[in-house]
Design a binder for this molecule. Structure first.
Ligand code: URA
Length: 209
């Protein structure tokens, strides 16, 4: 699928299988989500531009590569985005963080924003939206709409699992935004859950069910 990168690294696939198992504990689920967050971040950032700086090693001077431009922004969609965010921040500790809180209005099924906080200079930074489950696509679409409204221009989407329906809806709304995911599952069920999936990522992460 154009614009979608499946992170098929064996470590990611192995950890994802552990996360899918219903007998995986809350503690393990949270740990695995963090680890996969870091591994997916590694792929999402693979093509970041570098620039050369002059440095002194203990022996001599050299021109050495360093990340160019302003620090990245990780935009975590609450609440399950927080689990992947932890692993990403371990890899890119200087990144800035945006938080996007959205809930689904049960009457209208529309996404309603209840929290939004992001760095002021979003237009000058690459923004990586973080949400483990790209299910219906509605939340990711609304989050990207909001980030664009706040000025973001260079946006990437990092998730763990996606549905074919959610991916095509997301790409229909935001065609220029590349997506990284560990797997694209079979389909959505009638309640908007991914099949075979892993259940409710937030509940499994925080033990709220
Ligand atoms: N959100 C989840 O946590 N799981 C799904 O399967 C779909 C949306």
């Amino acid at each position: 699928m154009k614009g979608v990168t499946i992170v098929d690294h064996p470590l990611v696939q192995h950890k994802l299988t552990l996360m899918r198992r219903q007998d995986t504990s809350t503690k393990s689920f949270r740990q695995l989500l963090k680890e996969i967050g870091g591994l997916i971040c590694y792929e999402v950032t693979r093509d970041l531009p570098l620039e050369t700086v002059q440095i002194e090693t203990p022996l001599t001077t050299m021109s050495a590569p360093t990340l160019a431009g302003k620090k990245l922004v990780f935009a975590a969609i609450l609440r399950s985005g927080m689990g992947m965010l932890d692993g990403m921040l371990e890899l890119v500790p200087a990144a800035r963080v945006a938080h996007v809180g959205l809930y689904r209005d049960p009457a209208t099924l529309a996404c309603v924003e209840y929290y939004f906080k992001a760095p002021a200079d979003l237009s000058e930074r690459t923004v990586i939206v973080v949400d483990p489950m790209l299910a219906t696509g509605n939340t990711a679409i609304a989050a990207v709409d909001r980030l664009k409204e706040a000025g973001a221009r260079s946006i990437r989407m990092a998730c763990l699992l996606a549905s074919p329906e959610g991916l095509s809806k997301f790409q229909g709304h935001h065609p220029g935004i590349p997506v990284w995911t560990a797997a694209v599952d079979e389909r959505l069920n009638d309640h908007g859950y991914i099949l075979p999936g892993l259940g409710d990522a937030g509940d499994r992460m925080y033990g709220t069910k």
